[in-house]
Write a protein that binds this ligand. Structure first.
Ligand code: AMP
Length: 188
């Protein structure tokens, strides 16, 4: 079992790197953002609820997000392990994840944190917005709101994972291959 929380602000490259890591380590990739977008596309109640928050660049409430993530993990009981991409984003979510995994005698093994300067994040997201079809990538105000949410609610999680010795700072600037190399080195 290998469980990785891929940490980093919006636009840090979590989704791209998670795809590489998933293949390399044969894991299940769980992106809460992707799951919300899937629900929005399919017009589910969850999607309707999440959309309001996502359009504003705000976090979806913990209770809803945690429940959704847990049911996704439960669907993959036989997995080799998971890459959590975009989850947890609050201390509440991190604690819920730890408790939920420990009920299964599982644990988080590695928390690589991709570090990218804010200006580069905004440029990357605006660029991605030209092709991603994501409205939250096309509006600079919403992008800054997402970065603000990250700084207020998600960055404090670094302390949480630092205390358990799992956090590793990874330079998130460079080519996809370079960054993937750094991640593999950190994970081992
Ligand atoms: P992402 O695809 O990770 O950039 O997430 C897009 C949006 O989905 C975020 O701006 C949030 O509104 C919502 N979202 C994704 N993951 C979470 C989470 N763990 N907690 C709360 N909201 C989330």
């Amino acid at each position: 079992m290998l469980n990785i929380v891929l940490f980093g602000p919006p636009g840090a490259g979590k989704g791209t790197q998670a795809q590489y890591l998933t293949e390399h380590y044969q894991l299940i990739h769980l992106s809460t953002g992707d799951i919300f977008r899937y629900n929005i596309k399919n017009g589910t109640e969850l999607g309707k609820l999440a959309k309001g928050y996502m359009d504003e660049g705000q976090l979806v409430p913990d209770e809803v997000t945690i429940k959704m993530l847990q049911s996704e993990v439960d669907r993959h009981e036989a997995a080799n392990g998971f890459i959590f991409d975009g989850f947890p984003r609050t201390v509440e979510q991190a604690k819920a994840l730890d408790n939920f995994l420990s009920d299964k005698s599982w644990t988080i093994d590695h928390v690589p944190a991709l570090e990218v300067p804010d200006e580069e994040l905004v440029n990357r997201l605006l660029n991605r917005g030209k092709t991603s079809g994501r409205s939250d990538d096309q509006n600079e105000e919403v992008i800054w709101k997402r970065i603000g949410e990250y700084n207020d609610k998600t960055a404090p999680l670094k302390n949480y994972y630092e205390e358990s010795g799992k956090l590793r700072h990874i330079d998130g600037v460079g080519s996809i291959e370079e960054i993937f190399g750094r991640l593999k080195e950190a994970i081992g």
